[in-house]
Design a protein around this ligand. Structure first.
Ligand code: CA
Length: 610
């Protein structure tokens, strides 16, 4: 009787939503930073006294908040500590009422020296719910609120981690060296949960995508094919169903307003020298959406929580990079500290911050030391280069003029002096939030080839949005779902299967083949990845630039006019004076450098000097 009563209480306990949590769930020995702050969540845990009896572990401070269900334990791990575990004993007076065994693991070999993605890579962005459904048994998971519904464009379609693992050969054959996957962490929301940006558990892969172990499996298998995995992280907000929302550690954990207040989405307010305080405050404290409470990173415990969470995933999952969502929306003082903390632990790592701003100077603000005089010098190596994306999309649809057409590409890149490291900008023709490139150019194959050639040969880290490799279309005016359609062949019974080259249109076959050849060329030549860039002022709708290093030299010619153009080479002599031969695009033989070349209308050609 007594036992069943206990069970009943325990069930009640769980139903109330309060279940024990210890986060990070484990940690490592030998980290550069010996400090660790452990969150312990349990009913009235703050009324107990934690004690650690271990000569290598110091409990430096016990932090309480206004909520007695939380403790934050400051731990120092001695440099001589060995892998294993230690007990955290919780005393009620002299009685030990509860004990937690905390694990410390050994680090991966060379973990601290891990290399993040960079200009030598080609990144592929995919939305996991929309890529491939390999495991039908995880489409619906008990306890997860939203069920699979492939007929609902905004619903969950069932794609999962195994679907990505099954197609690692596809990425390898395509020439992709890095995969950025939209967030995989748990989003246990009632609806519209497929995109992953309303996280309800920062330490758990969403069960409908797989398990934490499946994610590790993916990273290991990708790494074995020399493909890095970039994790998409979100620090600005969480999902309104996050486990802590109904029992916050403190009132200032999230930003509250008298009534629902949405961010003004004006990132410019952060650096605008004339900005009002209210605009700036609503920019970073307003909610991104009504289901996404805005986290207050100025709370020091939350700040530690987020920093440790990112380091935990890098170390645990062996990541090759982080993409940080909505970078300008979080507290900038915190974000700078966060980037510093990650680079201190992993000096060769890379983080790209999503800085979705319209202009070059606003974007550059977030890059490392770009504006050393600013109050808040940026620390990021990589920023998302939206201005260049807009320039490409516009230029190919424009008649050339002093500022339009090819001049737009020229003028955009000529402003790179404001970036501290434009070579590390993440460059793209489209992504999951904007019109697909093929749609913007009305599926014009010639324009598409020009855009792709530019993307793979100009400066920066190029990124392809899934399906972009075979001209997938998507129109934002029809809703985000139009940009995030299922990858053809990712589901059993798909009539078109890109993985198996089944029922593909001629245009899909040709464009996919073009992408493969382009990526192969880029991957084979360092000059196209990390080489210097020299560009020439466009003339007669023809834009010429060179990518080169000490041993390689490539000339890219883009003709945006409706007529073929005769390109007289002497003007570009300074860029190829050390060479005597030229290899035409797609050719094996080397010719003597001619005085002029004929460039077809609406084309982009890559010549190699030998
Ligand atoms: Ca599935």
């Amino acid at each position: 009787m007594k036992f069943s009563l206990l069970i009943a209480i325990l069930i009640l306990f769980n139903l109330s939503g309060l279940s024990q949590r210890v986060e990070p769930p484990f940690w490592w020995i030998g980290m550069k930073n010996p400090k660790l702050q452990i969150l312990v969540y349990n009913k009235n845990i703050a009324n107990l006294k934690p004690v650690i009896h271990n000569s290598y572990i110091t409990l430096a401070k016990v932090n309480k908040t206004e909520n007695s269900n939380y403790l934050f334990l400051d731990i120092i791990i001695d440099k001589d500590a060995r892998a294993g575990s230690f007990n955290i004993d919780f005393y009620d007076g002299k009685v030990k009422s509860y004990s937690y065994n905390y694990k410390l693991k050994s680090r991966r070999e060379n973990s601290a020296q891990r290399k993040g993605f960079g200009p030598e890579d080609v990144v592929y962005l995919l939305m996991p719910d929309r890529f491939s459904n390999a495991n039908l048994s995880n489409d619906n998971v008990k306890g997860m609120l939203e069920k699979v519904d492939r007929l609902n464009p905004d619903g969950r379609h069932g794609g999962d981690i195994n679907g990505i693992i099954n197609h690692l050969d596809y990425f390898q054959n395509l020439g992709v060296t890095t995969i950025w996957i939209n967030p995989l962490l748990e989003n246990n929301m009632e609806a519209y949960s497929y995109h992953g940006y309303a996280i309800t558990d920062f330490y758990k892969i969403d069960a409908r995508f797989g398990s934490n172990e499946d994610y590790i499996d993916l990273v290991q298998k990708a790494n074995s094919k020399n493909i890095k995995i970039v994790m998409d992280m979100v620090f600005n907000h969480c999902g309104s169903n996050h486990w802590w929302i109904n029992d916050l550690p403190s009132g200032d954990w999230i930003h509250h307003f008298d009534k629902f207040t949405r961010s003004n989405y004006r990132g410019e307010a952060l650096m605008d020298p004339y900005a009002s305080n209210i605009d700036r405050q609503i920019m970073h404290d307003g909610w991104f959406d009504n289901t996404m409470p805005d986290l207050n990173q100025r709370n020091p415990f939350l700040a530690n929580y987020l920093i440790q969470n990112s380091i935990w995933w890098i170390e645990y999952a062996d990541l090759g990079g982080i993409r940080m969502d909505t970078y300008p929306y979080a507290d900038q003082e915190f974000m700078v500290k966060w980037v510093e903390a990650v680079y201190k632990e992993y000096p060769n790592f890379n983080i790209v911050g999503e800085a979705w701003l319209q202009t070059i100077s606003h974007t550059a603000y977030f890059q490392s030391t770009t504006f050393p005089g600013s109050k808040m010098p940026g620390k990021l190596h990589s920023v998302t280069d939206f201005p260049l994306c807009y320039a490409v999309n516009n230029s190919l649809n424009e008649q050339d003029s002093w500022t339009n057409g090819m001049a737009k590409l020229y003028m955009t890149l000529s402003q790179d002096f404001v970036y501290s490291n434009a070579d590390s900008n993440l460059i793209f023709l489209d992504n999951h939030d904007i019109n697909r490139f093929a749609t913007n150019i009305n599926s014009d194959y010639d324009k598409w080839k020009m855009g792709m050639t530019f993307l793979m040969t100009t400066r920066g880290i190029p990124m392809i949005y899934y399906g972009g490799e075979f001209m997938m279309t998507g129109d934002k005016s029809k809703g985000d779902a139009s940009l995030r359609k299922d990858f053809p062949g990712g589901w059993d019974g798909d009539s078109v299967n890109v993985f198996e080259n089944k029922n593909m249109s001629k245009l899909q076959v040709e464009s996919l083949d073009f992408t493969k050849k382009l990526l192969k060329l880029r991957n084979e030549h360092k000059a196209l990845q990390t080489g210097k860039l020299t560009q020439y002022i466009p003339e007669n709708s023809v834009y010429v630039y060179f990518r080169y290093n000490d041993s390689e030299c490539f000339m890219i010619v883009m003709n945006n006019s409706d007529k073929e153009s005769i390109l007289k080479l002497p003007r570009f002599k300074e860029s190829f004076e050390n060479y005597s031969g030229i290899r035409a695009p797609g050719k094996k033989e080397i010719d003597k450098i001619p005085p002029q070349l004929i460039i077809p209308s609406k084309s982009a050609l890559i010549y190699e000097f030998i």
